[in-house]
Design a protein around this ligand. Structure first.
Ligand code: S3P
Length: 429
């Protein structure tokens, strides 16, 4: 088990670029594989989660060449995937498992999806239920709630589905199934979750409509291979944004970050807390908005966080907790129940870890109250096998009273394999 300790630093300074967006990287492999002709992907995130998706498509007969810079995917068309000869291992990746379930349900073959001990504990009925309504034949442990999942491919029929959760994974699974289902598949959600699938479906020429009522996908049209440039992942940038805000004497420029409005909740939240964050050189790349982000150290104050911004910042709560611990006053998080079913229960994990470094935290069923302190104390904490918990606590160490040691930090490689080396380049000692 790999442990890592971070000592307080004198500043976070310089210019960095973060690796490619995890959500967009997954989708580029999936759509590239089921398109006609070649798709090239630059800026692909070579994290463990995305490699799991890449291996899944290789196992279904798709030739994917990686020269270290550009991925070249020889698309097989909508009906070109072949039956995998073994269980597909999704590792820690919920996105791989949930989206693949939607894509595999209408194939003319049998497949099984499994993953690591954390993924096998996560809820899957949210995708199985609507897919079964479309006519899918799917099985899982605990009555279809948990992986391993067995998928007996068959013909599907489009439905109109109002998802009870704002989840891009549920929406995207149904959109992928909708490419094959008879008629049209209509999906609505309580708040708009990340819309990378909608954008990429359009980019590949799918028959799709979006609007206030949600998204509609119609089957029958082949997708065409495209050239994709993946922007930097705002969820990775978030760790360095918070680091630069909480360490006095910091100024950091993060280049080429995806700033899709369905993902910028972190910027809105940190700005409302008093953080100095500027978006520079806003542009569009492969149908996604991109900017450079300039962050300067700031005195943060506690705020209330609830409603639609929770969906737009869902992966950033662990590091938002660290910002809150360093803010003046109380931060109140509500309507964030989804955090309990992420890679780990992120409400419980962050409450435990922040208490271990002297911060008072009250857990509620759907959120938490965090009372900021002058300085977070030194201490030893756990990753709970969750990459974002590990990186958040390492960021906390940068402005703590002494060293913060985090155990079991290998998980960082699931989404941000270069986290440690980038940290070294910006930490002023
Ligand atoms: C993702 C969607 C989000 C997010 C996850 C990636 C995606 O999950 O938490 O890290 O790529 O679609 P939900 O859609 O389940 O909220």
């Amino acid at each position: 088990m790999q442990n890592y300790a971070v000592r307080p630093v004198k500043g976070i300074r310089g210019e960095i670029a973060v690796p490619g967006d995890k959500s967009i990287s997954h989708r580029s492999i999936m759509l590239g594989s089921i398109s006609r002709g070649e798709t090239t992907v630059r800026g692909f995130l070579r994290g463990e989660d995305n490699i799991a998706t890449l291996n899944a498509f290789r196992a279904m007969g798709v030739a994917i060449d990686d020269d270290g810079e550009t991925l070249r995917i020889a698309g097989k068309g909508l009906r070109g995937l072949s039956e995998p000869t073994d269980v597909i291992d999704c590792g820690n990746s919920g996105t791989s498992m949930r989206l693949l379930t939607g894509l595999l349900a209408p194939q003319r073959f049998y497949s099984v999806l499994s993953g690591d001990q954390y993924l096998r504990r996560r809820p899957m009925r949210r995708v199985l239920e609507p897919l079964v309504q479309m006519g899918a034949c799917l099985y899982g442990r605990e009555g279809g709630e948990k992986a391993p999942l067995a998928i007996i491919g068959r013909g599907l029929t489009g439905i109109s589905y109002a998802s009870p959760v704002a989840s891009a994974q549920v929406k995207s699974a149904l959109m992928l199934a909708g490419l094959y289902a008879e008629g049209e598949t209509r999906i609505s959600e309580p708040h708009l979750s990340r819309d990378h699938s909608e954008r990429m479906f359009r980019h590949f020429g799918a028959d799709i409509e979006t609007g206030h009522g949600g998204v509609v996908v119609r089957s029958g049209r082949e997708l065409e291979g495209r050239d994709i440039v993946v922007p930097g992942d705002i969820s990775s940038a978030a760790f360095f944004m918070v680091a630069a805000l909480i360490v006095p004497g910091s100024e950091l420029l993060i280049r080429g970050v995806g700033v899709n409005p369905t993902r910028t909740g972190i910027i809105d939240i940190l700005t409302a807390m008093g953080g100095s964050i500027e978006l520079l050189d806003q542009r569009e790349v492969s149908g996604e908005p991109v900017a450079d982000i300039l962050v300067r150290s700031s005195r943060l104050k506690g705020i209330e966080i609830a409603g639609e911004v929770v969906t737009r910042a869902i992966d950033e709560f662990p590091v938002i907790c660290v910002a809150a611990a360093n803010a003046e006053g109380r931060t109140v998080v509500r309507e964030a129940r989804e955090l309990r079913v992420k890679e780990t229960d992120r409400i419980a994990a962050m409450a435990t870890n922040l208490r271990a470094v002297g911060v008072s935290v009250t857990e509620t069923e759907d959120g938490m109250d965090i009372d900021g302190v002058e300085r977070v104390a030194a201490g030893a904490v756990e990753s709970f096998g969750d990459h974002r918990i590990a990186m958040s606590m390492l960021v906390a160490g940068l402005s703590a009273a002494g060293e913060i040691a985090v155990s079991d930090t290998e998980c960082v490689a699931t989404s941000f394999p270069t986290f440690f080396s980038i940290l070294e380049t910006v930490a002023v000692r």
